[in-house]
Design a protein around this ligand. Sequence first.
Ligand SMILES: O=C(O)C1=C[C@@H](OP(=O)(O)O)[C@@H](O)[C@H](O)C1
Ligand SMILES: C=C(OP(=O)(O)O)C(=O)O
Length: 432
Amino acid sequence: MTGSCCPQYSRLTLPLINASSASLLVRWPGGPLRGIAQLPASKSESNRALIIQALAGGGELENLSDANDTQLMQRLLADQQAAVFDAEDAGTVMRFLTAYLAVMGRPAQLVGTARMYQRPIGVLVDALRQLGASIEYVGEEGYPPLKLNGWAPALSSDEPDELTVRGDISSQYISALLMIGPVLPAGLRLWLTGKVGSRPYIRMTQSLMQHFGATCRDLGTVLEVRPGAYQPADYTIESDWSAASYWYAMVALGPAGSTIILPGLREQSWQGDQAIVGIMDQLGVATEFFPDGVQLTQKLPAAAVEQDFSDCPDLAQTVAVVAAALGVPVVMTGLESLRIKETDRILALQTELAKFGGSMTEEGEERFVVRSADFQVSGQTVETYHDHRMAMAFAPLALRGPLTVQAPEVVRKSYPRFWKELERAGFAIENQ
Ligand SMILES: O=C(O)C1=C[C@@H](OP(=O)(O)O)[C@@H](O)[C@H](O)C1
Ligand SMILES: C=C(OP(=O)(O)O)C(=O)O
């Protein structure tokens, strides 16, 4: 891969950032942003690969993510004695592990953070009960925590288990069910109803399952999995495109001439958040692919942008902040799932953008418009609401002025090295 690497990248003595510091003051010293940024590996690929590896009974996984969500999944899967599984704030861990433990017939309790108890799981529990799982709600009906009491599948038949599953709440239920499909006696057929969000995550699940020897068919509203054991296989996890989006934001908001190299991203990706390439092409960032990564360079943004986030909900915060800071009006649709993620991301965006002179208003059903008038970054404090993506989406604003980010340790969920990488790129970061 060609491209120039900034001198800061080789600076090895980084000031210590206290991970549990109440807040960080982030400043940009001036001049273009240039360098190579290290991304985490995809937590979505990692967490699927770990579940499938456990069901396959082997295979080497290279470049597993250092995200807390992945480290947690790995620890919980490795613990053969555990009776209580704490999924913390990790949606994939809660949903994928529920299906895995259910089909393994492991009696278990699944617990998590207070926020996890507000994130619905009824669609998955109903489906697993139909397949033969005995699952109780410990608290509120339809939400974690859960108690799994065992697995008693219906008498075997030659016909696959057939379920109808809503696709408009979270695709993670569908991925969780698909992954256990090959170990069901006659496989699985899912009929999807409603508007199916986060589709690329379902396709990622199918691709990884196929990599491990499963036979899947995707007929749009019908998804089929044939019975038959997974085969152990090796897989190297790609870098995380959702994490890459924050570097796109920095190149878009940086001084003229800003450019960043991101290793480990593939042109043929299973991650739907690769959509950031096309979105940011309109918001002032050109992407050049190399065999082992990409180089981002600044360009002129479009005058206005319209974007449906149904396939890539995790990019919504990045894009909203960039659009507001650039003063490019953006019409955003497909944001239905944002209210039930780590926080109510729509409310959080509205509240925090307003501090800078930005707005995100609902104009029509499920249609939001981001605008700004005299957007200024001048020492404001950003609240992060226990949401890693709030911290990382707003951090690039530091290129436009000093910024304080509350509870910066939230980034550990998906990108523990985030603040270190910002320092490497030349940001001045101080504990507050
Ligand atoms: O399957 C996955 O790895 C994910 C699916 C998406 O969730 P929803 O399907 O709930 O939208 C996404 O927001 C999340 O960060 C990761
Ligand atoms: C929504 C997210 O994760 P999860 O649903 O897995 O907690 C995310 O990483 O933005």
